[in-house]
Design a protein. Structure first.
Length: 220
């Protein structure tokens, strides 16, 4: 496709120094989608520092044909840049094309970068076929005890979104030797039973047991 001056100007604006200009460019790309915008939008997602601009880039990509965007976003999942992986996952969750499911690999669900892993958990529960839910639940359960309270809550919410199929893995994890894993699994089970239940109590108890030992904790 031959680029018009307006087309070239918009693509240049996606890399402007001003975040407001980049935001307007992403908005324009989504309002008037063209196939030639997709590569630039995907590339910008990997480096864009502003949250609101990234969100607009994702929206703009959802406005383009999935047969164009999904393969390019799937390719980004192998990027060495954490933001590229995370933003591609987030965008795939918004597009919700089942064709992307095979790209949600165990390595992404266990990614060393917390934001990538969090995005992978959220995307996985959007894309997973019903027949794959038990396997996904088992994979997510390997991450019990990871990270701070907010990351653990994200994992729990992903598991809860899968429904009652997660009950066997929660039961198994609740008997693990690691007190942090046990507490996280039990907190998730409580969240499954009652979405309004407090999440932090079991986690705090696990920390107390880990610090004092089970015998002393029981007498305190």
């Amino acid at each position: 496709m031959n680029a018009t001056p307006q087309h070239t100007q918009l693509l240049d604006a996606l890399a402007a120094a001003s975040s407001s200009i980049r935001l307007k460019a992403a908005l324009a790309a989504g309002t008037h989608p063209e196939d030639g915008f997709v590569d630039a939008l995907v590339a910008r997602c990997a480096v864009e520092p502003d949250f609101f601009v990234r969100d607009m880039l994702t929206w703009a990509l959802t406005r383009h044909a999935a047969e164009l965007t999904v393969p390019k976003l799937r390719a980004e999942l192998g990027s060495g840049t954490a933001q590229a992986r995370s933003q591609a996952l987030h965008t795939l969750s918004k597009i919700a094309d089942p064709a992307a499911w095979p790209s949600i690999t165990p390595s992404l669900l266990r990614d060393a970068d917390d934001e990538v892993a969090r995005s992978a958990w959220r995307t996985a529960v959007v894309l997973v076929p019903d027949t794959e839910k038990p396997r996904l639940a088992a994979e997510l359960a390997t991450q019990f005890g990871r990270g701070d309270r907010q990351l653990r809550l994200s994992l729990s919410r992903a598991l809860v979104a899968l429904g009652t199929v997660v009950e066997p893995v929660l039961e198994a994890a609740s008997t693990r030797a690691d007190p942090e894993v046990r507490a996280h699994a039990r907190a998730t089970a409580e969240l499954l039973r009652d979405p309004d239940a407090g999440f932090h109590l079991d986690i705090d108890e696990a920390k107390r047991v880990a610090a004092l030992g089970p015998e002393r904790a029981a007498t305190c």
